[in-house]
Design a protein around this ligand. Structure first.
Ligand code: UD1
Ligand code: CA
Length: 472
């Protein structure tokens, strides 16, 4: 049967107190709405519709030119029943089953979603409600049953004290038969505590029409945990991270302290890698096998090879690191750094748009920007590529086997030829041919006996001045 997904995301998300729409807030590096869409996609739906309202433009921008999701606007927001009605233009003339999801319920598994659809289709129901038994049902709609069968859903605010004691809750996730849906939605009224058009009222409407309404109850209420506040965002994030960390450990990664290891959902880590506390591995990052990643390190959208040692407080963004490299402590790879295998990048070394060839080393206090550095190059402490002249960026090329002495200033554009040398403390402004030594500094002069001479001169001056005092 054809499947259609509708995701409600028009609500204001008042409790988030955010200028950003709630569904764009991220859990472990991925926005809520992307998580819901990803789960929905496992059903291979015919259409997917997202109902937007508050800050709709920001959500539109997020989806860019993506064409597989229909975006419809609910304006004003008159309740969940009214929200689903906005999908009518997309769904009119189609048939099959509509699965309704909430943009702020990110933990629902594909398995549960599949179970809902199966139950719905087997029961030939007009509506099937996904429910769970919650320890703390406060705030949710309650499932009212009579002789075991669901008769209606009552919202917290409209519930009697007895109904409030019901622990079975409405997840806000449903399957509907499409054919009668929109006509029935038109029949929903707004005679309730909030004056809104409540989608759960469809249950009573279908019951009156003697249509089948079914329930599908999942065992783990955590799956339908919504994100309504920053506290819930943090709770859900913690659960997602914990799950990710367990997967990593099951795959052979050592986490010294899983509670303080922050790994985004899409990150990959190879076996026998050891991750120390307070490490952040963020979106798009791939770490190889048998690496060591020490505390305080943050890696974003970067690829790290095997057997790489990353010492404390290293920051790596949009970069790649070859096998066997050693970095940090306090190294900074900015976007476009490419480290070859067995390279060393030590403390307070910063690279940007720079390739460091295999076996090359920059061990202390350097800035290497817009540079192409060959293999087995030694970059001395305090080396700076002067890549910017105030108007444009310029390239520095350092060929294989070159030795750059400490505290050198390399003024780009510049090429240091193969196996050349730069004398320490040089300001190099012109190319150095391969095999040559470049010296760019004032020549040193030694003055013999200068110290003794100075002492003599200064003691004579003192005598002079004391005489002067006597003379006064
Ligand atoms: C809703 C259900 C409640 C259920 C709970 C589960 C109703 C009336 N109540 O309550 O039974 O237990 O979800 O989390 O449906 N939305 C719109 N347009 C609107 C109003 C809401 O798109 O006009 C969207 C929200 O952005 C959100 C979803 O619908 O994604 C749920 O709305 P919310 O206001 O959070 O409903 P609850 O009060 O939580
Ligand atoms: Ca909610």
């Amino acid at each position: 049967m054809d499947l259609h997904i509708v995701i409600l995301a028009a609500g204001k998300g008042t409790r988030m107190k955010s200028a950003m729409p709630k569904v764009l807030h991220a859990v472990a590096g991925r926005p809520l709405i992307d998580r819901v869409l990803e789960t929905a996609a496992t059903l291979r739906p015919e259409t997917t519709t997202l109902v937007l309202g508050h800050e709709a433009d920001q959500v539109r921008t997020h989806f860019g030119r993506r064409t597989d999701v229909h975006l419809v606007l609910q304006e004003p927001q008159l309740g969940t029943g009214h929200a689903l009605l906005q999908a009518a233009p997309v769904l009119r003339g189609r048939q099959g089953t509509v699965v309704l999801l909430s943009g702020d319920v990110p933990l629902l598994t594909a398995q549960s979603l599949n179970g809902l659809v199966q139950t719905h289709e087997e029961a030939k129901a007009a509506a099937t409600v996904l429910t769970a038994v919650a320890e703390r049902p406060y705030g949710y709609g309650r499932i009212v049953r009579s002789q075991g069968r669901m008769t209606r859903i009552v919202e917290e605010r409209d519930a009697s004290p007895a109904q409030r004691r019901i622990q079975e809750i409405n997840s806000g996730i449903y399957a509907f038969e499409l054919a009668p849906l929109f006509e029935a939605l038109e029949k929903i009224g707004s005679d309730n505590a909030q004056g809104e058009y409540y989608l759960p009222d469809l249950v009573s409407i279908y019951r009156r029409r003697r249509r089948v309404v079914a329930t599908y109850t999942i065992a783990n209420a955590v799956e339908i945990q919504g994100v309504n506040s920053r506290t819930e965002l943090a709770e859900v994030s913690r659960m997602v991270r914990q799950q990710k960390n367990e997967e990593l450990m099951a795959a052979g990664v050592t986490l010294i302290d899983p509670a303080t290891t922050y790994v985004d959902t899409d990150v990959e880590v190879g076996a026998d890698t050891v991750i120390y506390p307070c490490v952040f591995l963020e979106r798009g990052t791939k770490i190889g096998a048998a690496c060591e990643i020490h505390s305080g390190t943050r890696i974003v959208n970067s690829t790290i090879g095997d057997r790489v040692v990353i010492r404390n407080h290293t920051v790596i963004t949009d970069s790649s690191v070859g096998n066997g490299a050693k970095l940090g402590p306090f190294a900074h790879l900015r976007p476009g750094a490419e480290l070859g295998h067995d390279t060393h990048v030590g403390n307070f070394v910063e690279l940007k748009k720079t390739r460091l060839g295999a076996g090359s080393k920059a061990n202390h206090l350097a800035y290497l920007g817009d540079a192409t550095i060959g293999a087995n190059v030694n970059v001395g402490a305090g080396t700076i590529t002067c890549n910017y002249d105030g108007a444009a960026k310029h390239q520095t090329v350092i060929e294989d086997g070159t030795f750059v002495g400490s505290n050198s200033t390399l003024v780009a554009p510049l090429r240091l030829g193969k196996e050349s040398y730069v004398a320490a403390g040089s300001a190099i402004t012109t190319d150095i041919p391969g095999g040559a030594l470049g010296i760019g500094r004032g020549r040193q002069e030694n003055k013999d006996g200068w110290v003794a001479k100075r002492k003599r001169v200064s003691s004579e001056l003192q005598v002079d001045s004391s005489k002067g005092v006597e003379n006064v």
